[in-house]
Design a protein around this ligand. Structure first.
Ligand SMILES: [Zn+2]
Length: 190
């Protein structure tokens, strides 16, 4: 609809485009609120990765998927959850998103080949772990979150917002993240 309206270029079409943009923004804010609200309970711990920085490098196939991911408002969601965390005494930790998709949480192997055809299934070419790609990403984020919380409990310092501009600090963080391993538990469906 957008591209059709754009090619029309009439005043009516422009107005309709503006309406669409506003509606989309309201929709996203609403969804962000709902997801944040669903997660909030006293003492909650949430780890999240901001995919904004890697939108250019994202390996999502197809224009439709790429656009859908690239346009999500991760920063807004982060602001919501941080604010809610303060209110109920929870903790929202933002971790680096790098390699959370191609990295195997069981053996540490990082390879684009772990995502055959860039599909929804993750299959580690080294240890053979096979799992839904979203669950793999979630495990990697959880491991990183727990490590940062551990640091925080030990030192009292919390780095909730990785700074992309500090390449050296980031490289050090990633090096520590790469050593994290998820112990396989056959009884767990997750
Ligand atoms: Zn593996």
């Amino acid at each position: 609809m957008r591209s059709r309206l754009r090619s029309q270029g009439t005043r009516g079409a422009k107005r309709r485009l503006r309406q669409l943009t506003l509606r989309e923004r309201r929709f996203k804010a609403d969804v962000n609120h709902c997801i944040a609200q669903a997660a909030v309970m006293p003492g909650f711990l949430i780890g999240w990765d901001d995919l904004t920085d890697i939108r250019e490098r994202t390996s999502v196939r197809g224009n439709k998927n790429r656009r859908r991911r690239a346009k999500w408002t991760f920063a807004e969601w982060g602001a919501f959850i941080a604010y809610k965390a303060q209110m109920v005494g929870g903790l929202a930790i933002r971790v680096d998103a790098d390699y959370t998709s191609p990295g195997c949480p069981h053996c540490g192997c990082v390879s684009d080949k772990n995502r055959p055809g860039q599909g929804l299934t993750f299959r580690c070419k080294q240890c053979g772990l096979t799992l839904h790609a979203d669950l793999v990403g979630a495990r990697n984020v959880i491991l990183r979150t727990l490590l940062i919380r551990q640091d925080w409990m030990r030192t009292g310092l919390l780095s909730t917002a990785p700074d992309g501009s500090d390449a050296e600090a980031k490289a050090k963080r990633l090096q520590r993240f790469w050593k994290l391993r998820w112990s396989p538990d056959p009884s767990s469906a997750l």
